[in-house]
Design a protein. Structure first.
Length: 208
């Protein structure tokens, strides 16, 4: 099957926590990203695995609760797509810490979630309290999301970025493949077009 690829994304490693049916897993993998798809549902993971095999994509499926995922090895992107509200605050804080420890310099964490002020505050607190002061977090998109009940709720995407090495210039940051892929993830997660998000909602990768 032919699919859109981007050579500069080849070699990136992403973890999709609570991947569900793999909508974002498969999209990332089509760009040449090696994706670790984590979910507690073996049924859903079987669907993800089948799609990845049909398109010969680099996807590894891990059947476990996201609170039990061991974060082995280093990654460039960690995606939390509508799973935050399923966690206890202490679990969320612990997982964010494990994800930070497993993320390479210049990496990002993407949180697509229902706009519950308590969880937004918990995530912001987790990253802004980093003792090394190398993480920057901001809300980059707002939209409406339909819950399984069919009711629409306000939702948002926040992105946490661990700053690259000081030798990187601002242009390097903007052109960094992780930042470029993160901007795509924001659009995909929000189901918004580029014009709806707008240039002010892009992740520039260089702000502190």
């Amino acid at each position: 099957m032919n699919h859109e690829t981007h050579s500069s994304f080849a070699g990136l490693r992403a973890i999709d926590l609570g991947c569900g049916a793999g909508r974002l897993t498969i999209r990332m993998a089509r760009y040449g990203v090696h994706v670790i798809a984590v979910d507690h549902s073996q049924l859903l993971l079987s669907q993800v695995e089948r799609m990845a095999q049909e398109e010969n994509l680099a996807v590894d499926c891990v059947n476990c609760d996201i609170t039990e995922y061991p974060f082995c090895g280093k990654c460039d992107i960690v995606l939390f797509s509508f799973v935050v509200h399923l966690l206890q605050f202490d679990e969320l804080s612990r997982i964010c810490q494990l994800a930070r420890d497993a993320t390479r310099k210049g990496g990002t964490h993407v949180f697509a979630m229902f706009s519950d002020a308590r969880f937004v505050a918990a995530i912001n607190r987790s990253y802004r309290s980093d003792p090394n002061d190398v993480w920057h977090i901001e809300r980059v998109a707002e939209f409406s999301a339909r819950a399984m009940s069919g009711v629409e709720f306000p939702a948002s995407v926040s992105v946490a970025t661990v700053q690259p090495a000081p030798a990187f210039s601002e242009d390097d940051c903007r052109n960094h493949p992780t930042v470029q892929l993160t901007n795509r993830l924001v659009r995909w997660a929000a189901d918004l077009s580029e014009s709806q998000i707008g240039p002010n909602h892009a992740v520039n990768g260089s702000r502190r």
